[in-house]
Design a binder for this molecule. Structure first.
Ligand code: N7H
Length: 496
C-alpha cells in the first residue's frame, strides 16, 4: 500500500507515534509524562510547541517531515548507534517502508513529552548505502560522496591507525540512532528494529552511549558542560538566546533557504550527519594541566591547572565562558542561559580574556569574523558521551585503561563547509586566520598524530610562553558520513 506522504506525516504528527502499529509494543500507547531528554541547567531548551509551529509556519517548514535528532541537540540520556550493511536491498526497502518508517521519530514529536515516543528512532544512510539501494542521484557534497575513510588524511587523523575496524571497510551502509531515558527502552527498540529487518541487514558495529551520571549530566568526559552554544535553526527556533547563533534553515537542512547547492528534490529537509567516535584520554589531559599550570601569585597550583584547561576550551567546567569570567569558574554564570553565551570576543579583541586557539573560539570566531551572519560554517551538534567514568586506578596512575569519549554527531547541509571545514581549516590549522601562528586547537585539533603546539596566548601571564602538546588528548577512532533523509524521502524514494 502506498501511503500519501502528507497524509502519513499528518498521521505521525497527530498520534505523536505510529510505533504501536508495528513494534514499539503496547507501551507506546501510553502517553509519556516525562521527557526522554535531559535538562541540565545552562543548555538551551527546545522551543515550546506553539513557538516552533509558528516559526515553521512562517518559514514553510514541515516539522513532521524532518527527523527529530537533527533539532534536539546534546540532551540525550541513553543512545545506541547501530551501524549496518544492507544484505538484501529489495527486502530491506520493503521492510523500511512497512516496519521502520512508522517508527521514525520526527522533529514535531520531540516538542512535547506527551508526543515523544518511548525511544527516538532515526535512520541515516552513507553514500555506499544509497548506492546499495540503487540511488544514483548526486547529493552534491564531495565529502559525503567520498566517505569519511577517504577523508582521514584531510581531517588530520594519523591514517586509520586507531580506527574501529568496521569504519575502515567502507561497507557501513547506514546507522540507526536509538535514544531514550532508559536503556531498557533503547534495548527493546533495538530488538524491534533488528527483528523487523531480519536478514535484510547485517550489523557492522554498535556503540552504546549515555549522559554522565549525577552532577556531570550534560558534561563531556573532560568535565565541561557541552552543547551550550548549539545554534537556533531558523524555522524551528526563531527566538535565539542572547549570543546564540541563529542559522538559516538551509545551513542545516538541504533544499531550504540559504542552501545554494543543486540537490535532487527528494533530498529536501534531509541533513548530512557526521559521526565520529572520538576517544578522550581524560587522566592524561588532567595530568597535562597539573604539570603545566598557569602561574599567578594569587592562584594555587590547582587553580592554575584549572585555568589552563578552561583557556584551552574557552569555557570553565560549569560552562561559564573565560571571556566573561577570566580567572575562575562562575557556576551561576554557567547555568544562566541568558548570560553564558552572550559574548563576542569584540572588546578587547585580543587573547587576554580568551586565547585565539581556544576550542570554542576556533569553532565559532564570532566577532573576529565581523558578524556571526558572515559565518557559513555552523553545525548542530547532537553528540553524547560514551564509556565509563574514570576509575580510581586510572586517576591514580594518570593513565587511560578503559575507552571513553564522545560519540560526536554533527548536522549540516554541507559537510565540506561544515564539519570538514571546522576540523581542517580552523581546528587543525596553527595559522588561524585571526592571527597567524597561534597554534592548534589544543584539545580537538589534530596533526596526524605528531606533536601540536600553541604559541603564546594560552598563558595570559606570559604571552610568549609556548606549549608543545606531544600527545593527543582526543584520538579519532574513525566514523562515517551519512545522510539523514526526510520521512517523505524514506517513503517515496528510499523504500520505493
Ligand atoms: Fe566541541 N570539549 O569539552 O573540549 N566543545 N568538542 N567540537 N564544539 C564545545 O559551547 C569537545 C568537537 C564545536 O559556538 C564545548 O556548546 C570535545 C569537534 C562547536 O561558541 C566543549 C570534543 C567539533 C562548539 C567542547 C569536541 C566541535 C563546540 C563548549 C571531542 C567540530 C560551539 C560547550 C572529544 C569539528 C562553539 C558549548 C561556539 C563547543 C568539547 C569535538 C565543534 C566543552 C571534548 C570535532 C562548533
Amino acid at each position: 500500500m502506498k501511503i500519501a506522504v502528507s497524509a502519513f506525516a499528518g498521521l505521525v504528527c497527530t498520534l505523536g507515534l505510529v510505533s504501536a502499529v508495528h513494534g514499539q509494543d503496547a507501551r507506546s500507547l501510553e502517553k509519556r509524562s516525562t521527557s526522554i531528554l535531559t535538562n541540565p541547567p545552562g543548555l538551551p531548551r527546545l522551543p515550546s510547541p506553539d513557538a516552533a509551529h509558528a516559526a515553521a509556519a512562517s518559514a514553510g517548514l514541515n516539522l513532521t517531515n524532518i527527523q527529530g535528532d537533527i533539532v534536539i541537540g546534546q540532551s540525550k540520556r541513553h543512545e545506541t548507534f547501530l551501524f549496518f550493511s544492507i544484505v538484501d536491498a529489495t527486502s530491506f526497502k520493503s521492510k523500511l517502508r512497512r516496519k521502520i518508517l512508522p517508527l521514525v521519530t520526527n522533529a514535531g514529536q520531540m516538542l512535547k513529552n506527551e508526543t515523544q515516543p518511548n525511544t527516538l528512532v532515526n535512520i541515516a544512510f552513507s553514500q555506499t548505502g544509497l548506492t546499495a539501494l540503487g540511488i544514483t542521484d548526486n547529493l552534491n557534497d564531495t565529502a559525503f560522496h567520498a566517505g569519511q575513510l577517504a577523508n582521514a588524511q584531510t581531517l588530520g587523523d594519523p591514517r586509520t591507525t586507531h580506527w574501529v575496524p568496521a569504519f575502515t571497510t567502507g561497507k557501513i551502509h547506514g546507522v540507526f540512532l536509538l535514544a531514550s531515558d532508559t536503556t531498557a527502552h533503547v534495548d527493546a527498540t533495538l530488538k524491534t528494529v533488528t527483528t523487523a529487518l531480519g536478514a535484510s541487514i547485517k550489523q557492522a558495529y554498535s556503540l552504546q552511549a549515555a549522559a554522565r551520571p549525577g552532577n556531570q549530566e550534560g558534561h563531556e568526559h573532560f568535565g565541561f558542560l557541552d552543547g551550550i552554544s548549539n545554534p537556533a535553526i531558523q524555522g524551528f527556533d526563531d527566538t535565539p538566546l542572547p549570543g546564540q547563533a541563529s542559522v538559516p534553515t538551509g545551513e542545516i537542512l538541504l533544499g531550504e533557504q540559504n542552501d545554494n547547492q543543486i540537490r535532487p528534490d527528494w533530498a529536501k529537509d534531509g541533513s548530512f550527519l557526521v559521526f565520529r567516535q572520538l576517544q578522550q584520554l581524560v587522566p592524561e589531559f588532567h595530568k597535562y594541566l597539573t604539570d603545566n599550570p598557569i602561574v599567578e601569585p594569587h592562584l594555587t597550583r590547582a587553580q592554575g591547572a584549572d585555568l589552563l584547561g578552561a583557556r584551552m576550551i574557552g569555557r570553565w567546567p560549569s560552562g561559564a565562558p573565560v571571556f566573561l569570567s577570566p580567572l575562575a569558574d562562575d557556576p551561576k554564570l554557567g547555568a544562566d542561559v541568558h548570560r553564558n553565551n552572550n559574548f563576542t570576543y569584540a572588546a578587547p579583541n585580543n587573547a587576554t580574556l580568551c586565547p585565539f586557539n581556544a576550542h570554542i573560539r576556533k569553532n565559532r570566531p564570532r566577532a573576529d569574523l565581523g558578524t556571526d551572519a558572515k559565518n557559513p560554517h555552523h553545525i548542530v551538534r547532537g553528540s553524547i558521551p560514551y564509556g565509563p567514568e574514570v576509575t580510581p586506578g586510572e586517576a591514580s596512575s594518570q593513565t587511560t585503561r578503559v575507552e571513553r569519549g564522545m560519540a560526536f554527531v554533527a548536522y549540516q547541509s554541507n559537510i565540506v563547509a561544515g564539519f570538514q571545514f571546522l576540523q581542517q581549516t580552523w581546528l587543525n590549522n596553527p595559522n588561524f586566520f585571526i592571527k597567524n601562528t597561534t597554534g592548534f586547537d589544543p584539545v580537538v585539533g589534530a596533526n596526524h598524530g605528531a606533536a601540536r603546539w600553541s604559541e603564546g596566548n594560552l598563558d595570559p601571564t606570559n604571552p610568549t610562553r609556548n606549549f608543545t602538546l606531544v600527545n593527543d588528548f582526543v584520538i579519532s577512532r574513525g566514523g562515517e558520513y551519512f545522510f539523514s533523509p526526510s520521512l517523505s524521502a524514506i517513503a517515496d524514494k528510499l523504500s520505493a
